[in-house]
Design a protein around this ligand. Structure first.
Ligand code: ZN
Length: 57
């Protein structure tokens, strides 16, 4: 029997401000290069949209 090790449930971090945005707290998401990023607010998402490369390491 497998333990619940869902990768989808791992903590998501807002790449812009670094805030922990687990699913309950996610208010914005943005898809970039087949990956979905989550943000605490629309302001952070807009910042990311302008310069995604800056926040992806
Ligand atoms: Zn944020």
């Amino acid at each position: 029997m497998k333990t619940q090790n869902s990768e989808h449930e791992q903590n998501q971090k807002d790449p812009v401000c670094g805030m922990d945005v687990s699913h309950a707290a996610v208010s914005e998401e943005f898809k970039y290069r087949d990956k979905t990023y989550y943000f605490c607010s629309g302001a952070c998402r807009e910042t990311f949209e302008k310069e995604p490369e800056k926040y992806i390491h």
